[in-house]
Write a protein that binds this ligand. Structure first.
Ligand SMILES: Cc1cc2nc3c(=O)[nH]c(=O)nc-3n(C[C@H](O)[C@H](O)[C@H](O)COP(=O)(O)OP(=O)(O)OC[C@H]3O[C@@H](n4cnc5c(N)ncnc54)[C@H](O)[C@@H]3O)c2cc1C
Length: 385
């Protein structure tokens, strides 16, 4: 059986331009007054001050109901704000995961009490969540996870280790995927999502320093951590389906093709009118790929807004987008040398961005699901395997 994929034509409405300009003005003002300096790297960084300011402007939890601290704006408005923040290299790491992923997950599967407890804090930028999926030896093959939650009176006790948990060292809670039943014939059954308070006894968050020498992700050890029954997210045993629903949000957004955009923008500006014909051709190719990816990603945002879950299309954007990001860094490196960009003097910023992007770009095709796994998802979605 062959399945088709669809990227219906979609445009961001004109009315969004006003909002986009507001975000640009806000970032420009932050730069002018020195509170959010121009980034010298392409990573996503934590600034609680910046997160708080975004929250005050209503740019976190934008689409959520007002009764949960949200602002009832459209997915497309959120999309435009996201594009502006990422392309400017704004320090959005603190609230990124809870805004993008945890909020929608809680809205879809959470109890009323959980929504009231967590969503207003996320929208205010004061309640930070991390994602607890991967484990040592269970990354791509997530269903082989070994973290287990045993039923005890009034709740569950968790034993296990989670790995590569972005921002857990700054987070208050982690939505943790665990086995609540021993594995049976259906490997995807008997898995649940539990909301772990990271300040609970038995939780140890250990830093893992990445290639760029930064502390961005962690190992989280859970040694008999108690989670009350009312902190199970969704249905016990339904964790796999819930995680799959979550991934369409994670895989299709502008963060899958704008990670190193600052490098492309600064390099283009540094070359200016002196760019050779070859440089113009290569940069033109990069920008045209970027615009195609953007069109596909907007199309998914429109589908998500209308309530569908375009997993196949999201996997396509993730695969094409992250390969594009890596290619972009390679092209930038070649152009810096071929065009003789003065990266130790006048265009030092390009050099700094390039150095950092070379360290970071290796992870683009791994985080959020490795490239080979995306291709498996795509092949399955197309009925080819
Ligand atoms: C920057 C970063 C942030 C992350 N943040 C989080 C987070 O917040 N929370 C979280 O839970 N996880 C997080 N991860 C983990 C990420 O989801 C995993 O790294 C990813 O799913 C791959 O798993 P793995 O590292 O165990 O690699 P493996 O699964 O061991 O894969 C290693 C290689 O083998 C290939 N491979 C594996 N299986 C197959 C197969 N069946 N067919 C073909 N090739 C295969 C993979 O494609 C990959 O190239 C993060 C990772 C990174 C790099």
């Amino acid at each position: 059986m062959t399945t088709e994929f669809h990227f219906p034509r979609a445009e961001l409405p004109e009315s969004i331009e006003k909002l986009r300009q507001e975000v640009r003005d806000f970032i420009a003002e932050e730069r002018r007054n020195g509170s959010t300096p121009r980034p010298k790297n392409v990573g996503m960084f934590v600034s609680f001050d910046f997160t708080r300011k975004l929250a005050e402007r209503g740019w976190i939890g934008m689409t959520w109901p007002k009764k949960y601290g949200g602002h009832e704006r459209s997915t497309l408005e959120r999309y435009a704000v996201t594009e502006e923040l990422l392309s400017a290299g704004a320090p959005v790491r603190a609230h990124w995961i809870p805004d993008r992923q945890t909020g929608p997950l809680l809205l879809k599967f959470g109890t009323e009490a959980q929504k009231l407890k967590y969503l207003p804090g996320i929208a205010a930028g004061t309640c930070i969540f991390s994602i607890g999926l991967s484990e040592p030896n269970s990354g791509s093959d997530l269903a082989s996870l070994r973290t287990r939650a045993d039923k005890v009176e009034g709740g569950w006790k968790i034993h296990g280790t989670k790995l590569w948990n972005s921002n857990s060292h700054n987070a208050h809670f982690m939505i943790t995927l665990c086995r609540t039943e021993p594995p049976g014939e259906d490997r995807h059954a008997g898995i649940s999502q539990l909301i772990v308070d990271l300040s609970s006894p038995g939780v140890t968050v250990r830093p893992i320093i990445n290639l760029a020498g930064e502390h961005d992700f962690n190992e989280v050890v859970l040694d008999g951590v108690f989670v009350a029954d009312d902190q199970v997210l969704g249905k016990v045993g339904n964790g796999w389906n819930q995680v799959s629903a979550e991934l369409a949000y994670e895989r299709s957004g502008p963060e899958r093709w704008l990670s190193a955009f600052r490098l492309l923008a600064e390099l283009t500006e540094s070359l200016g009118k002196k760019a050779s014909a070859s440089a113009c051709r290569q940069l033109g190719q990069m920008f045209s790929h970027l615009l195609s990816l953007r069109q596909m990603s907007i199309s998914i945002a429109v589908m998500l807004q209308s309530g569908s879950a375009p997993h196949l299309e999201a996997a396509i954007v993730k695969d094409l987008g992250t390969c594009f990001e890596q290619e972009m860094v390679r092209v930038a490196r070649d152009l810096v040398h071929a065009e003789g960009v003065d990266i130790h003097g006048r265009h030092r910023l390009v050099g700094e961005l390039l150095d950092h992007a070379q360290m970071w770009s290796v992870i683009y095709t791994v985080r959020g699901g490795a490239k080979e796994i995306m291709r498996g998802v795509i092949a399955r979605g197309l009925g080819l395997r």
